[in-house]
Design a protein around this ligand. Structure first.
Ligand SMILES: *Cc1c(COP(=O)(O)O)cnc(C)c1O
Length: 444
């Protein structure tokens, strides 16, 4: 069932006309439970018919305020008109040839654009793949190949995907790893500078990590450090200042590649095109996905030309990687980022959200921390007066938001983070209304 057109032309209003989920959604949910295993969950099982601007519309006619963007994907808004136009044109021209069989220009152009836009003005190359996890897998393949070293270093609270290698790189056991072992070898996890939960500052935490790398692995055995410049699933943790630069400097001095996983932080989300820019980090390899193509499955590894070019012909690729429809969508997204000053809008969203959330935190002592950059904002919920995580309260608040028609997501190693990822094109009145609803959820 479809109600017709989505995109920014959808009425930009919250409308709750049934219980949430409504009767029609509940019917489909019943079918789903007989057709789809519960291992694939849904944050809020309202079944979507349209989305655009700052709203998601469901089969029961409810219009929800979107603070999720399909997990940081629809940065330029859902069904962006130029994405729709280019996708429609491409789908009518050809849907697939496989870039490894007969290539097409859009792939090359996406690669050129990413080489230009990502941090650093050195010569770069890009490969396109289908998902964030696949991008991270390929970054590790390239790093191992180029360095001829086996070990990969990751960090506490990190998230890198659900495939065998990337779930191994991921820190959190439940739900990502539990029962899915044995894991891939030669992955080592180091401490992360988590400002709200750590006594040590950034440089001191980095020194601890570097000491462990040196003593436990041997720097000369390490191909790469893989790190999210702001941690996503781990709870929107911005590493304490100085942590990332110290790790980057150590990596450089020891021939270890610095891989920035910008899959969640990329394409304007944090108020810069890439989050590495906040601390002036220039990664050797960078992985991107989510915000890249308005929801069409596309991901990329962009990196130093000498590293990327080192791999033998045929060593990289995949049937669907850089699908032409997804590439056209990415080109429309990259144009929109520029034309609609999307990165600036992310900063404006942060400027509206952070002060209001800080005022809420003064009234509600269960808000232990308010943090984030641009439109990647979170609150961490604790037992008042302590830093003890309160995942039950967090789940209750998310539920109260959903009931009012505000779509929010949770996150965090302790399940006690409410995260806010509105589309960067959300109208200001919906942003403010969403914050009002969140405040209601706290009980005024
Ligand atoms: C979502 C995410 C991934 C995995 O991307 P998929 O497209 O879901 O495979 C990897 N790293 C980070 C930082 C992410 O947020």
């Amino acid at each position: 069932m479809s109600s017709g057109k989505g995109g920014p032309g959808l009425p930009q209003e919250r409308k709750v006309v049934t219980e949430i989920p409504g009767p029609r959604s509940r019917e489909i949910q019943e079918r789903r439970l007989k057709a789809v295993p519960p291992g694939v969950g849904s944050v809020l099982p309202v079944y979507t018919v349209a989305a655009g601007g700052g709203v998601v519309v469901d089969v029961d006619g409810n219009s929800l305020i979107d603070f999720g963007s399909g997990i940081a994907v629809t940065n330029v808004g859902n069904a962006h008109p130029e994405v729709v136009r280019r996708v429609q044109d491409q789908v009518a021209a050809f849907t697939h040839t496989c870039f490894m069989v007969t290539p097409y220009e859009a792939y090359v152009e996406v690669a050129e654009r990413l080489n230009h836009l990502t941090p650093g003005d050195h010569e770069k190359r890009t490969i396109l793949v289908n998902s964030g996890a696949e991008a991270v897998e390929n970054a590790v393949k390239i790093a191992r190949y180029a360095t001829r070293r086996p070990a990969v270093v990751v960090f506490d609270h990190g998230y890198h995907g659900r495939t065998l290698l990337t779930m191994t790189l991921t820190a959190k056991n439940m739900p990502y790893k539990e029962g899915f072992g044995p894991y891939a070898p030669e992955v080592y996890r180091m401490p992360m500078a988590y400002p709200f939960r750590s006594e040590l500052d950034g440089p001191a935490t980095a020194a601890q990590a570097i000491d462990q790398i040196t003593k436990q692995i041997g720097a000369h055995n390490v191909a790469a450090v893989v790190v999210e410049p702001i941690l996503g699933e781990g709870g929107f943790i911005e590493p304490s200042p100085g942590f990332l630069p110290a790790i980057a400097e150590f990596a450089k001095a020891n021939g270890i590649l610095f891989v920035a996983d910008e899959i969640q932080t990329g394409f304007g989300r944090t108020g810069r095109l890439f989050a590495c820019e906040h601390e002036g980090i220039v990664p050797d390899l960078i992985t991107t996905a989510k915000g890249i193509a308005g929801g069409l499955p596309l991901a990329a590894v962009t990196g130093r030309a000498d590293l990327m070019d080192s791999v033998h012909g045929g060593g990289l690729g995949g049937t669907y990687g850089g699908n032409p429809i997804a590439c056209e969508a990415a080109l429309a997204v990259l144009d929109a980022l520029d034309a609609e000053k999307i990165v600036e809008r992310a900063r404006q969203i942060g400027d509206i959200m952070l002060p209001r959330l800080r005022r809420m935190a003064e009234k509600h002592p269960e808000i232990g921390d308010v943090r984030g950059r641009g439109a990647m904002i979170a609150i961490e919920l604790v037992k008042p007066g302590t830093t003890e995580p309160d995942p039950a309260r967090t789940a209750e608040l998310a539920k109260a938001c959903h009931a009012q028609g505000l779509l929010v997501l949770t996150a965090g190693t302790y399940g006690n983070v409410l995260r806010f990822l509105p589309p960067l094109v959300i109208p200001e009145h919906l942003l403010n209304e969403g914050l009002d609803l969140l405040e209601n959820a706290f009980g005024g």
